[in-house]
Design a protein around this ligand. Structure first.
Ligand code: COA
Length: 233
């Protein structure tokens, strides 16, 4: 896996260009042919991001994205209250991390510091054979936001889901953010709990492969997601 380098000032490490570069880097490099020291996870690859502060290139940080391990638990427990000071997502995150069969957990690290985390949960669509997934939660440490880390976590997860033949991914979140990552509002597949009308645009999906006709029905989710409070604004 080749390393990806982007350069720019603190505010100009462009999310778009970084995301694009990361995505291209992943696509154009076969993990199976990567040297062993890049194959840190069974499917994964290693990304590097050089954040150059104030054009001085004096501070270099490397971003590495890999599958979360039990040793990351303490850092994940600290990350969520920092990223979501007004919302307690830890019970959900703990439940999801216990469900290793249905869940992909990715962490972003700079050196030994965990700076971001995302979860993808395998789901279904009622009365369908759809292979779906749900993105969330996604969190980046406040000091590390707006440097492309959230986008890189999402794009890495989507590549993994393609590898395991997931057909489409859902997310409940800000369309202004997730729209940049290829998501679009979905009116055909219902979320597990009804959303208020004003939130309907926040329910989004993205097809990861071409299929004959779009799926319709209700998303079926594993237990950790079956709490109505998780689906209300
Ligand atoms: C939302 C979050 C995950 C984004 O991660 P990030 O690494 O900071 O984001 P990226 O660097 O990939 O993208 C930054 C861009 O997205 C925009 N952005 C960030 N959060 C956004 C949001 N909620 N809505 C719309 N745009 C958003 C930024 O303004 C920035 O835009 P710019 O490139 O035009 O300057 C992160 O800010 C975070 O953890 N926030 C607190 C927790 C949270 O709200 N998570 C919910 C996700 S639904």
């Amino acid at each position: 896996m080749a390393c990806i380098r982007t350069r720019g000032g603190h505010n100009s490490v462009g999310t778009h260009s970084l995301s694009t570069d990361v995505y291209r880097g992943y696509k154009s490099n076969s993990c199976s042919s990567a040297p062993w020291y890049y194959r840190r996870i069974h499917w994964g690859c290693r990304y590097r991001l050089w954040n150059c502060i104030n054009h001085s290139y004096s501070e270099m940080n490397e971003l590495e994205i890999c599958t979360g391990v039990p040793g990351d638990a303490a850092a994940i427990e600290s990350l969520y209250p920092e990223a979501f000071p007004e919302e307690d997502l830890l019970p959900l995150v703990r439940d999801l991390l216990r469900d290793s069969e249905n869940v992909v957990s990715l962490v972003g690290k700079t050196g030994s510091q965990l700076v971001g985390h995302v979860v993808f949960t395998r789901c279904g669509i009622a009365d369908n054979s759809a292979k779906a997934a749900l993105l969330g939660p996604l969190a980046v440490a406040p000091d590390w936001q707006n440097r492309g880390i959230g986008s890189a976590l999402v794009r890495t997860g989507l590549r993994h889901l393609i590898d395991v033949e997931v057909e489409l991914v859902f997310v409940l979140g800000d369309p202004a953010y997730y729209g940049r990552l290829g998501f679009a509002p979905d009116a055909l597949v219902e979320p597990p709990f009804a959303l208020p009308a004003e939130c309907s645009g926040a329910w989004q999906s993205q097809y990861l492969m071409s299929i004959a006709a779009p799926y319709a029905g209700k998303l079926t989710v594993p237990l950790p997601w079956r709490h109505s409070a998780l689906w209300s604004p």
